[in-house]
Design a protein around this ligand. Sequence first.
Ligand SMILES: *[C@@H]1O[C@H](CO)[C@@H](O)[C@H](O)[C@H]1NC(C)=O
Ligand SMILES: *[C@@H]1O[C@H](CO)[C@@H](O)[C@H](O)[C@H]1NC(C)=O
Length: 215
Amino acid sequence: MASPILLSGLLALFFTAALASDPSPLQDFCVADTNSQVLLNGFGCKDPKMVNASDFSSNGLHITGNTSNPVGSRVTPMTATQIPGLNSLDISLVRIDYAPWGINPPHSHPRATEILTVLEGSLEVGFVTSNPQNRLITKVLQKGDVFVFPIGLIHYQRNVGNGNAFAIAVLSSQNPGVITIANSVFGSKPHIPSDILVKAFQVDNNVVNYIQSNF
Ligand SMILES: *[C@@H]1O[C@H](CO)[C@@H](O)[C@H](O)[C@H]1NC(C)=O
Ligand SMILES: *[C@@H]1O[C@H](CO)[C@@H](O)[C@H](O)[C@H]1NC(C)=O
């Protein structure tokens, strides 16, 4: 008879496997039908007979993103929203452009591991492990270098060169989601009560109000 500990271990394994990525497809494809009124995990499917190559295709990823913004970077997504044929297929990609010294600010993807390759310039990248270690794992990448950001962990990139940089990153979900830490914590609508942030960040109320006012 399986011990309760073994059983709970197996259950944990099962649920980890079941929840760590998008569900597996049960058919060749399920091209997103964005007009469907059916609510489900992902998008409803177009009639497969009505599908053609344009459902599996997009363009414009050679175009440099506009980095004229306070962080100096731009993410151009190619997820199931842009490519309907990606629906149910557990994968997507983004182009990321960086102005000189621009950053892609600390953020996490609740539904995807990311693998990034630098196609131009040099990037300092890093992610932080979960509690209690909170260890920063960081490296400077050159053109052609590849780096992995494990699912859910907070990570960032910075262009450490004087020229523009860009990268392509592949993500293990049709819809990875993005939680930008600063925006979520200091820019929520409505704001998280400032006394909570005062204790969480161990700073003055003025500091919290000041940061909140910038988002
Ligand atoms: C695919 O079908 C759409 C209409 O559903 C049509 O507008 C488009 O031109 C077709 N594309 C190709 C590549 O055949
Ligand atoms: C880039 O974005 C800035 C700020 O939103 C805007 O003023 C500028 O016109 C944009 N440049 C291009 C080429 O679209």
